[in-house]
Design a protein around this ligand. Structure first.
Ligand code: R5P
Length: 288
């Protein structure tokens, strides 16, 4: 087995190769210095993949990384690999998992159908809705990323693990059980992309250190609103931990209301301090 790292997931891919104890194959991204003048992408594998089981690691966000993934898959197949497994740490477009309104398409489905086209198996993490796995025609698994968040939080004196909405309460429960804390949730009302309101709710937060956990932080408004709610109820410390840190639109500035903000390395960012390499490695090993 060998691991190829796409440019959206370089650190994670290198860590994955290390944990699996296999070779890492790097990728050349420019045919000529400066790249193609029209902005089109280029990939060239820097080692042979002939007869090998190849794992390509690439998050499908932002959009240009989707094209790069398709090019990498083709390069692996052209190189004569025996098999191709995709690790898609963050599956971009997963939130449009159904047709919500007339005239829309199903973005998660169209992405699944296209990225799987040359693959034998898919591993991903923290899907907004696990039903997205059903859009793949090849074996597809969602690897649990919450144990990685629990590894980070353990020993940091967290008393209460909180989910900012009811949809994520299973994450709060799982992390709280792993670190020996209590758990609770808030009721979120999303007004628009940048406005979130928390319904009033009494939390047992006075004098406690609270960790808010979520699958995704995008604008950060959900976490900011939740952090203000727990601070208003007397929490002594508030930290936030997520799987996928997109941190759009100055989110990290707004999130300074928290004492600490961390994400995993499914999406690289200045605060992606938690690696999920061992979680993907364990899932891949279990299936071999
Ligand atoms: C929503 O269902 C997700 O779990 C996140 O809470 C949401 O995507 C976060 O978005 P934002 O950071 O923009 O509030």
């Amino acid at each position: 087995m060998k691991v190829v790292g796409g440019s959206a997931s370089l650190n994670l891919a290198q860590n994955l190769a290390r944990v699996l104890g296999v070779d890492y194959i790097s990728v050349q991204h420019e045919k000529h210095p400066g790249g193609f003048p029209d902005g089109e992408q280029y990939v060239r594998l820097q080692a042979s993949v002939k007869g090998e089981d190849i794992v390509v690691v690439q998050t499908t966000h932002p959009d240009s990384k989707i094209i790069e993934l398709l090019l990498l898959e083709d390069a692996v197949r052209e190189g004569g690999a025996a098999s191709l497994t995709l690790v898609i740490p963050y599956f971009g477009y997963g939130r449009q998992d159904k047709k919500f309104e007339e005239g829309e398409g199903v973005s998660a489905r169209v992405l699944a159908k296209h990225v799987q086209v040359q693959a034998d198996a898919i591993y991903t993490m923290g899907l907004h809705n696990p039903s997205v796995l059903g859009y793949f025609d090849v074996p597809a698994k969602e690897v649990d990323g919450m144990p990685a968040i629990a590894r980070y939080l353990k020993g940091r004196g967290v008393d209460l693990v909180l989910s900012p909405d009811k949809g994520a309460v299973r994450h709060a429960k799982e992390v709280s059980e792993a670190i020996g804390a209590s758990w609770d949730w808030l009721e979120k009302e999303r007004i628009d992309s940048f406005t979130v309101r928390m319904a009033p709710k009494n939390l047992d937060a006075r004098g406690k250190r609270v960790a808010i956990v979520d699958d995704v932080i995008s604008t950060g408004r959900t976490i900011v609103s939740a952090a203000n709610a727990v601070k208003g109820q007397g929490a002594t410390g508030v930290m936030a931990a997520c799987l996928h840190g997109l941190f759009t639109a100055n989110a990290l500035e707004h999130l300074k209301v928290c004492d600490d903000v961390v994400s995993t390395d499914t999406v690289p960012s200045p605060v992606s301090k938690i690696s999920v390499a061992e979680d993907f490695a364990a899932a891949i090993k279990a299936d071999r």
